[in-house]
Design a protein around this ligand. Structure first.
Ligand SMILES: [Zn+2]
Length: 118
């Protein structure tokens, strides 16, 4: 029922040489931010991750394969990217759930204080 997903925050074309095929026009860096979605709400978290992919040789370039040049560019891009602030959006089921909770709470309070008796 609960799923974790990432949405793309920013895509950057890099002009560095690919460590695999040495092409300097295929590297792409993608920043992603995590969100959690279930039937009650959709929430954006502070977690971000980034992937590098070469469109020329269709390879995922993992950080171990990065050259110093690539690392420098990635660090620069990391500072340039601004994640969306944490947020929580209730869906309809979430609102109903909250409403029922509030009603229950009020009923309990009224009962405990003796306003309401069965
Ligand atoms: Zn490549």
């Amino acid at each position: 029922m609960k799923s974790q997903n990432y949405f793309t925050l920013r895509e950057v074309q890099l002009h560095n040489n690919c460590p695999e095929c040495y092409s300097n026009e295929g590297l792409e860096l993608t920043f992603k931010q995590k969100f959690v979605e279930n039937i009650f709400y959709k929430a954006i978290t502070e977690d971000t991750k980034y992937d590098m992919h070469c469109n020329t040789c269709q390879t995922n370039i993992f950080p171990v394969r990065w050259t110093n040049d690539i690392e420098q560019v990635v660090n620069y891009q990391k500072r340039a990217v601004s994640p969306k602030p944490k947020s929580l959006k209730l869906k309809q089921a979430g609102w109903i759930f909250v409403l029922i909770d509030v009603l229950l709470f009020i009923t309990v309070i009224l009962f405990v204080t003796g306003v309401l008796s069965f």
